[in-house]
Design a protein around this ligand. Structure first.
Ligand code: K7E
Ligand code: CUA
Length: 655
């Protein structure tokens, strides 16, 4: 999302600014930071040296394709977890073990665009087991294990033209749902773009989170071909339903910004997934083509395996009465958010300057009473007034996303007017506002998507920073701002730049996971086929032109560290096992001319590096992670002879 600077409204005056808001006067931005900074802000975000943050926050990387872990309230960056993009820092996507994690039905995809992290839920509460995040471009969902902070599984979402509204969890993580952003012909085929309207379809996929905690495509709903956006699934009373906004009910295929904004209202999709499940169980779904790839990391072999699945179950919603309804929603919405009680479903209309709240009880009643105003492509449209709980009138310009504090308040991000508005569920009155710098996208309250938010902080993720930080060339960092929401008035605490462009974030209390974090991989449990569990097992084995080095690393040497008898034309695999069994003692490995990336080896882990020498000579290798006082000495040599030469294979074992 980019906007013209002229449309950016800068507010530096704190409270009582509604008038200046709607005047939309461009002002020169000041870097005073605005008047709303809490007087004791420094104290509130100061985490003393050696002390831990109260929350882990997981911010999506947007175009970086990764997931960044920050501590809150300090805003300290703790880790960038590679998910959808290769990462030379630790070899993710380069090593023989991890390459397959980026396999798709389109082949190896080294990059994607990650938007919406989510946290696994049990009984509607954040359980601290997994994080999930979507790939927007080549449709996929990834699972990140919060014990290792590693991507352990990625499943491709078939029959999707873009996976933006994804992944959204049901109350017990029964399903992750994913909708198609771009509706496309299904099955996809060669269609003239001006004839596409008749052909396009949408899908809403239900990814099962099975007993073994593995993801699989349980079924897909075939739905009218409009562009689906962000969603939320019900909780408590609304468990069994999911709600998605959509845009482009016009089904325009060109100049979408104009042609998809003609209708006064767009459509909120109300999915009764329990009903859909029943229809699937009753055999109403068809088995259709849906080639997709499923990649999994095996923790004991430290290796990713990749499988291709060809077929999926597809249920046409028109064959399952009651599985899908629509309700009108204010123009160009950008997501539906369900409040912690499960009663209210909130949707902001970016172009309507209005926030709509639906009442779940009224939705159920309107369906029972058949309060329909017509249908859209065979799906019944509910009467707007019959399902409406209330409207927040003129909250701001460009309302986008809503989060909840669990104390009866909702907070909505406003892109155009660059602010957070706080309003009351039930009375729909705006009670506070806080300017943000600038062009606010998502906001996040820890646990907002659950039944029990931690309503202490709100993180605003801004698209544009302009003059907020020291300039670093034409590309400036995106920025997060931490706001204290524990009192009646919001208080600005902190700015920090982010990695990539966070579109959304999730957070949880650190206590939920910090004592469960894995410290080492136990050597005895290492089942890697090329592991060397001790220096005695270190060896080099030739199989034709392929050479396998079963290597080890321990402070401060490799075994073997001298290898001879390698020839030009060989493919050499260095399988290096880190023999350390101490937390935080990693080793690295690389060799001159390496055209993949370095290896970074956690204690007890085996990773593999492929190397194809092209010229005779002596080639050094070394450890890339400063592991000990003698790290610099952690090095070795490989002698490479001409192809066809008779240099015998030789390696040392520490003598
Ligand atoms: Cu940027 Cu959730 Cu992808 Cu809104 S989305 S900002
Ligand atoms: Cu091992 Cu540096």
């Amino acid at each position: 999302m980019k906007i013209n600077n002229n449309t950016m409204v800068t507010i530096g005056i704190g409270i009582g600014l509604a008038a200046s808001l709607f005047a939309c006067t461009p002002k020169k931005s000041s870097n005073s930071g605005g008047a709303a900074i809490s007087k004791n802000a420094a104290e509130k975000v100061y985490v003393a040296p050696g002390k831990h943050d109260e929350f882990y926050a997981f911010l999506s990387g947007g175009f970086s394709g990764q997931l960044a872990v920050y501590g809150l309230p300090s805003g300290r960056l703790l880790r960038v977890i590679p998910v959808y993009s290769v990462n030379p820092e630790n070899g993710y996507g380069f090593t023989e073990e991890t390459k397959k994690m980026l396999n798709t039905s389109h082949g190896f995809v080294p990059w994607d665009d990650s938007h919406h992290p989510q946290l696994s839920l049990t009984d509607g509460k954040v359980d601290g087991r997994y994080a999930y995040i979507n790939a927007n471009n080549t449709p996929r969902i990834a699972k990140i294990d919060l014990k290792t902070f590693k991507t352990t599984e990625i499943i491709e979402v078939p029959n999707s033209g873009g996976n933006h509204g994804s992944p959204y969890l049901t109350e017990n993580t029964e399903y992750l749902i994913a909708s198609t952003r771009f509706s496309i012909p299904l099955p996809n085929k060669d269609v003239a773009l001006d004839k596409m309207k008749e052909e396009v379809k949408g899908t809403i996929s239900f990814i099962k989170f099975g007993k073994d905690e593995k993801m699989e495509v349980a079924f897909q709903l075939l739905v009218p071909g409009i562009d689906y956006d962000l969603a939320s699934c019900g909780k408590g009373m609304s468990h069994g339903y999911c709600f998605l906004t959509s845009y482009n009910s016009e089904k325009a295929s060109t100049l979408i910004e104009i042609n998809a904004s003609k209708n006064d209202k767009d459509l909120l999709a109300i999915v009764n997934w329990k009903k859909a499940e029943e229809c699937v169980a009753a055999g109403k779904a068809k088995t259709v083509d849906g080639r997709h790839v499923h990649n999994e990391l095996n923790e004991s072999t430290h290796t990713v395996t990749s499988a291709t699945i060809d077929k999926v179950k597809m249920l046409d919603v028109r064959d399952c009465e009651g599985a899908l309804y629509y309700a009108p929603v204010a123009k160009s919405p950008h997501g539906a958010d369900v409040d912690p009680s499960g009663q209210y479903i909130i949707a902001g209309g970016k172009l309507a300057a209005q926030i709509t709240a639906y009442d779940f009880n009224k939705i159920v009643k309107a369906i029972q009473d058949k309060k329909f105003t017509g249908d859209y492509d065979g799906v019944k449209v509910l009467d707007y007034e019959s399902v409406l709980a209330g409207e927040v009138k003129k909250p701001c310009l460009g309302p986008l996303h809503t989060e909840f504090d669990g104390k009866g308040n909702a907070y909505t991000s406003c892109f155009v007017s660059s602010e957070v508005v706080k309003w009351k569920l039930g009375t729909w009155e705006v009670v506070d506002r806080m300017p943000t710098y600038y062009s606010l996208g998502h906001i996040m309250i820890p646990g907002s998507g659950s039944k029990q938010p931690w309503g202490k902080y709100l993180l605003a993720m801004n698209k544009i920073t302009k003059d907020r930080y020291l300039p670093v060339g034409p590309e400036l960092p995106q920025s997060a701002q931490l706001i204290d929401i524990s009192g009646e008035k919001m208080e600005m605490l902190l700015d920090f730049p982010t990695v990539g462009e966070p579109h959304y974030a999730v957070a949880l209390e650190a206590n939920l996971i910090k004592d469960k974090v894995k410290k080492i991989y136990t050597l005895e449990e290492n089942k890697h086929p090329f592991v060397a569990k001790s220096e005695k097992e270190a060896r080099v084995v030739r199989e034709g032109n392929v050479v396998h080095v079963y290597g080890t690393a321990i402070r401060s040497h490799f075994m073997p560290d001298n290898i001879e008898g390698i020839k030009v034309g060989d493919t050499v695999y260095f399988h290096i096992t880190n023999l350390e069994q101490d937390w935080d003692i990693a080793h690295g490995f690389s060799i001159i001319g390496a055209n993949t990336s370095e290896l970074l080896l956690m204690p007890g882990e085996t990773n593999t590096f492929k190397w194809e020498p092209s010229k005779p000579g002596v080639y050094p290798f070394y450890c890339t992670d400063f592991c000990s006082a003698l790290h610099q000495e952690m090095q070795g040599y490989i002698r490479v002879s001409a192809g066809g030469s008779s240099t015998p294979l030789k390696f040392n074992q520490g003598k």
